[in-house]
Design a protein around this ligand. Sequence first.
Ligand code: UD1
Ligand code: MG
Length: 452
Amino acid sequence: MKSLTAVILAAGKGTRMKSDIPKVLFPVAGKPMLQHVIDTLGKLGVSDIFVVVGYGAEQVRAAITGPVTWVEQRRQLGTGHALAQAAPELDGVGDLLVLFGDTPLLTAETLQGLIREHQGRGNAATVLTARVPEPSGYGRIIRGSDGCVRAIVEEKDANPEQKAITEINSGTMCFAWPKVKPVLARLNTDNVQGEYYLTDIFALLVAEGERTGAYLTGDCDEVAGVNDRIQLAWAEKVMRSRINRVHMRQGVTIVDPSTVWIDADVEIGRDTVIMPNTHILGASKIGGRCRIGPNAFLDSCVLGEGVAFRYAVAEQAAIGDNSVVGPFAYIRPGSNIGSAVRVGDFVEIKNSEIGDGTKVPHLAYVGDAKIGSNSNIGCGVITANYDGKKKNPTYIGNNVFVGCNTNLVAPVKIEDGAYIAAGSTITEDVPAQALAIARSRQTVKPDWRKGK
Ligand code: UD1
Ligand code: MG
């Protein structure tokens, strides 16, 4: 395959979304639609990518990553006009892929098929098409008797006979750029929407005697454009089921895929079992042999091997091998939990390090703390990390025993092997191996209730 350049059109406002957010930034499986298109081109090895932006250009630039060159379309005068803005950047280009930023379901395999068809037939222009049961809203493909694409007619310009055609324009096209470039300059706005339609390229090329064609894909999901929130929800569903299938093929058990949401860039090791009602989001990385869910929410987390995580929430946190989390635990950003750690019910951990083998089994708050290994944090322990002005750190060493219902008023240090009596409010550092008791002694008044 010869080297390729791609232009993605992403300048439109997306009027039908009824939103202040540019349409191409709406996420599908946790990633902006435009980013999906860029990443798919990356898989294909296309590195020369131009993105035409206009509406919300600054916002789009800030949200997208990848090696792309930005081109500005100041006024959104149509898809043909959008491509024309990139033309000055395309000198010397041979074959050019043109894609839309609102077609997130397209795969690299299908693009490859389109390119092969285009190059194999030596076409001036080849369009990716599909036959869809519900073609309304799409441009219709008018074929010539020899199978060429004589024209593409937009829904709004189509007569009833043309509207009955079910083969539609996906918007994805492959051009022999030296042949298309001069024709692009001749597009006009003589249509119902008063826009420069890129689709008119086909009729113009045919009139010049150039060869045009279509690559008809059997997967009509892939070509779907997202123009409103109903189509967005549908694309989300298709993408999620596709992602789940990829993980299952790679050896992950997903007990009930219909209730499991895994974002596009998540990695999961083999023999991990995902129970129902589980969300794994962002760039989370889950090791093998884990058991996640039911009812788990993990956003941008890294989990080791053999972690059990059920009925719990974790965000931007790391959890080491064979640790057990939940039920009803909340692990907040900046937490780094070691191996074989137990984080039990109604425990909140924020921005803290928990060493290997340590247990925080129930009803505790651990914030801005560093805890060593094999320590036990009793039921109801609180790190009082906030003094009303700023957050203060708590340090707990290895093999420390913190008795139930202890307040650790930070900043405070509990050294290795220390023992804190239950119900203490600790305001001063405790040396290694010491016992600290910080509560008033119990008073018992015999027969006190008698005669009351
Ligand atoms: C377009 C096609 C239609 C096709 C459908 C596939 C045209 C004229 N119509 O219609 O044949 O079936 O996509 O989904 O090409 N854009 C710009 N600048 C503009 C206008 C649009 O960059 O001035 C970008 C948009 O950001 C979007 C893409 O081009 O990513 C398509 O625009 P959209 O308005 O969604 O076109 P459709 O009506 O869906
Ligand atoms: Mg569209």
